[in-house]
Design a protein around this ligand. Structure first.
Ligand code: PLP
Length: 394
C-alpha cells in the first residue's frame, strides 16, 4: 500500500466531504443552480482587494519576491489592530503570518502538540479539524456543544479531557451554528483547563479559532478566550472577512498573557516552525497588502439583511433555526429530521444546502449566507415548499 496509515486515516476523515462534492457536481453544469453550500463568493470581489494586490504586484526592490518569513510590516499592523480589538497588549513578535487559519492552526499544533497527544474539538464543528489533527499524528476527541442551543458545554469539554490532552480547540463565532460565546463561558472553561492542567501535571493549551471574529450581527460583542485563559493562541484568517478564501492570508497570535518564559520560547519558535511545516508563510504580495486589507470587510449590513430574510421566512414557516449571531452560516433542523432527504429534495429543484452529516449532526443543515439576496429570493419558495412536504410526510 502506497499510503501511510495516517494518510489513510486523514483521507477517511475527509470522506464525508469528498462524497458531498460528488453529490453537488451538478452545480458546475447548471448556471441557474442556487448554491448555498460552502462559504464561497457569489459576487465579484471587494474592489479594495485587487487594488491592494495590484499596488504590490510590481516589484519595488530586488528582494521583493525573495523568500519571505513573517514580514515585519504585516506583524506590526496585525499587533496594533489586535490591541484595541481584543484589549490585550500584543506585540509584533507575538504574530506569525500564515496561509489563512488553516496554516495558523497547523503551526499551532506543530508548536504545542506531540505525536499521539489528544486534541479536544467541538461537535458540531468545522469538518477540517479532524483530518488536520489525524494528518499531524494527533488524536481528535469530540466534545459536544449543547444539543439545542449549541452553547459551549464546558462540562462536556471537562469530560473529554484526559492525561493525554494537550490542546482544546474552540471556535467563536462558530461554524456551523453562528453562535458567539460570552466571556462568562470562557471564564468557566479557563477554570476547567487550569484545574485539569494541574491535576494531570501537564499544561493544556487553548487554540482559539477566530476566522469569523469580525463577522457579527446586531452589535453582538466578541470576547476572545485569550483574555480569560493565559495559555491561549489565536488563529485568524482574512479569507472570511474579505470573502476571498483563495487568496491565502492569516496569522497565529500568541496571547500576551502567556507567562514570559513560555511566551519568549514560543516567539522564538514561530519562524523555525513556520519553515519546518513546509514554509507556511503567506505569499509576499499578500503580506505587503496587510495594511490595506486590514481596513476591508464584506458588507455586514447586507449580510444582516440576508440573515434576517432567511431566518425570518424559515422560522415563520415553523422550522427550528438557530439565529446566527456571527459567521455567514444559518444552521437549522431539517423538517422530518433527515437532512440528507431535505437537501436531496432541494437539490432536485436546483437548490443546494449542506447537510449536517458533514458536522456529525445528520438532523441539521447549513445554509451559506454568502449567496446573493436574489438567490435567496429564488430559493425561498422551494425551501418552504419542500419543508411543508416533508412535514406532511413525517
Ligand atoms: N476555521 C473554521 C471554523 C472555518 O470555518 C474555516 C474555513 O471554513 C477555517 C478555520 C479555515 O479558514 P481559511 O480557509 O481561511 O484558512
Amino acid at each position: 500500500m502506497a499510503m501511510s496509515a495516517r494518510a489513510r486515516e486523514a483521507k477517511a476523515a475527509v470522506d464525508v466531504v469528498t462524497a458531498f462534492f460528488g453529490r453537488i457536481q451538478a452545480i458546475a453544469d447548471d448556471p441557474d443552480a442556487l448554491d448555498f453550500t460552502f462559504g464561497n463568493p457569489h459576487e465579484m470581489a471587494l474592489p479594495g482587494l485587487p487594488a491592494a494586490l495590484r499596488a504590490h504586484a510590481e516589484p519595488q526592490s530586488v528582494d521583493w519576491f525573495a523568500y519571505k518569513t513573517s514580514e515585519r510590516g504585516a506583524q506590526e499592523v496585525v499587533a496594533a489592530g489586535l490591541v484595541p480589538e481584543l484589549g490585550l497588549t500584543f506585540e509584533p513578535e507575538d504574530i506569525a503570518m500564515t496561509q489563512g487559519a488553516f496554516g495558523a492552526m497547523s503551526l499551532a499544533l506543530a508548536l504545542l502538540a506531540d505525536a499521539g497527544d489528544e486534541v479536544v474539538i467541538p461537535v458540531p464543528g468545522w469538518f477540517c479539524y479532524e483530518p488536520m489533527l489525524v494528518a499531524a499524528n494527533l488524536v481528535p476527541v469530540r466534545a459536544p456543544l449543547d444539543a439545542t442551543t449549541f452553547d459551549l458545554d464546558v462540562d462536556a469539554i471537562a469530560r473529554a479531557i484526559t492525561p493525554r490532552t494537550r490542546v482544546v480547540i474552540v471556535n467563536s463565532p462558530a461554524n456551523p451554528t453562528g453562535r458567539v460565546y460570552p466571556k462568562a463561558a470562557w471564564d468557566e472553561l479557563a477554570d476547567v483547563l487550569e484545574r485539569a492542567s494541574n491535576e494531570h501535571g501537564r499544561r493544556i493549551w487553548l487554540l482559539s479559532d477566530e476566522p469569523y471574529r469580525r463577522i457579527r450581527f446586531d452589535g453582538v460583542e466578541f470576547a476572545s478566550p485569550a483574555a480569560s485563559y493565559p495559555w491561549t493562541v489565536i488563529d485568524y484568517s482574512y479569507g472570511k472577512v474579505l470573502l476571498a478564501p483563495g487568496q491565502r492570508l492569516g496569522y497565529l497570535a500568541l496571547s500576551p498573557l502567556i507567562p514570559a518564559a513560555e511566551r519568549d520560547e514560543l516567539r522564538e519558535a514561530l519562524m523555525p516552525l513556520g519553515l519546518a511545516i513546509g514554509w507556511g508563510f503567506p505569499d509576499a504580495v499578500m503580506q505587503y497588502s496587510v495594511p490595506a486589507l486590514e481596513t476591508l470587510s464584506i458588507d455586514l449590513a447586507e449580510l444582516t439583511r440576508k440573515r434576517d430574510r432567511l431566518y425570518g421566512a424559515l422560522t415563520d414557516a415553523g422550522l427550528e433555526v438557530t439565529r446566527p449571531e456571527g459567521t455567514f452560516y444559518l444552521w437549522g433542523r431539517a423538517p422530518g429530521g433527515d437532512a440528507v432527504a431535505f437537501c436531496d429534495a432541494l437539490a432536485a429543484r436546483g437548490v443546494y444546502l449542506m447537510p449536517g452529516t458533514l458536522f456529525d449532526r445528520p438532523e441539521h443543515f447549513r445554509i451559506s449566507l454568502t449567496a446573493t439576496m436574489e438567490m435567496i429570493d429564488r430559493a425561498l419558495p422551494h425551501l418552504l415548499d419542500v419543508s411543508a412536504q416533508l412535514d406532511r410526510a413525517a
